[in-house]
Design a protein around this ligand. Structure first.
Ligand code: GLV
Length: 314
């Protein structure tokens, strides 16, 4: 009997898979591309490309050789206790870093040039130049997380002229950025930064790291930009920190849970900017370059690049 053609399966809660299908069929013609929730025989699926599958969704795929995550963060997948025990491969940048750097630059300039206040003055039809704008050379930005995305964000902020302090779990060297990597130096980074940008991976160690204690370590009147995960932060603590003046404003792209509830008081807080998890979207062609290369490696018995370390959690 003829062996059935092996399948590369796809599941995403926001993408129908059209671009992925045509590129995979062109570059890996030995495979058939199928949507994971439509595939007839689960045992034919060799590689799964997924974003946000429901818990337990991948359990019946008994011949999987690897799971490719279509984003940077793998936290939600790792929570699935029934996940097949195969290598999990994540993306590195895949077009997200540049978009996220732009998002952060916009936010940092918004706070440094006091655009929030101009918006309020405009609503009152008032022509009032604000005199005391802090010089860019004094407006330090702390970037938490210096992986494939954080390092690009830190470098680009430094290129514009902001002093940048980078913090990460392991030592990193980035041109023009002062880098730190231990718990003691975290206080120095937080107290020196006018804006703290969160780009850490979500792990047991970083969950709710940004809490009241964290805000107290930040310099009074500074700002938070969160483009990591909602679970890094406590919304209640953000609101209290704003109301007690521990921080002056926040730009938030991620929430726990998502979508942010219409009832959340964050929506109409005057010093909060909210976006719906859009700071960096995976660029399919860039992601496909990495995934196709990794599948080709695995097909010749070579380990894929960027396998998730389950102990580390990213
Ligand atoms: C998006 O949040 C991602 O992790 O890629």
């Amino acid at each position: 009997m003829l062996e059935p053609q092996p399948v590369i399966g796809f599941y995403s809660d926001w993408d129908a898979g059209t671009v992925w299908k045509s590129r995979i069929e062109q570059d890996l013609p030995q495979f058939h591309f199928d949507l994971l929730n439509e595939v007839e025989d689960k045992s034919t699926v060799r590689y799964a490309l997924v974003w946000n599958p429901p818990a337990g969704f991948l359990k019946g795929f008994v011949n999987l050789q690897a799971i490719f995550v279509l984003g940077a963060g793998v936290d939600s997948l790792l929570k699935d206790l029934e996940l097949p025990r195969v290598p999990i491969v994540r993306l590195s940048d895949a077009g997200m870093a540049q978009q996220m750097a732009h998002y952060v630059i916009y936010g940092v300039l918004h706070f440094q040039r006091r655009f929030e206040e101009y918006r309020q003055l405009q609503a009152k039809r008032r022509w009032e130049p604000i005199e005391d704008v802090e010089a860019i050379q004094q407006f330090s930005v702390g970037v938490m997380g210096l992986g494939a995305i954080g390092s690009v964000v830190a470098r680009q902020l430094a290129q514009i002229g902001f002093p940048v302090l980078g913090w990460s779990a392991s030592p990193k060297t980035i041109n023009g950025v002062r880098t730190f990597n231990d718990e003691t130096s975290l206080s120095a980074v937080l107290s020196e930064s006018r804006v703290v940008v969160n780009l850490l991976p979500l792990t047991d160690k970083t969950e709710r790291l940004i809490n009241k204690k964290f805000f107290r370590r930040m310099s009074a009147g500074s700002f938070l930009i969160n483009i990591g995960r909602g679970q890094h932060v406590s919304d209640k603590d953000v609101l209290e920190a704003l109301d007690e003046g521990l921080i002056a404003g926040a730009m938030l792209d991620v929430f726990d849970p998502e979508p942010l509830s219409p009832q959340s008081p964050l929506w109409n807080h005057p010093n909060v900017i909210i976006t719906p998890h859009v700071s960096g979207l995976t660029v399919p062609q860039a992601a496909l370059d990495q995934i196709i290369e990794n599948i080709k490696r695995m097909e010749t018995g070579v380990a894929p690049h960027l396998t998730v370390d389950l102990n580390r959690g990213y």
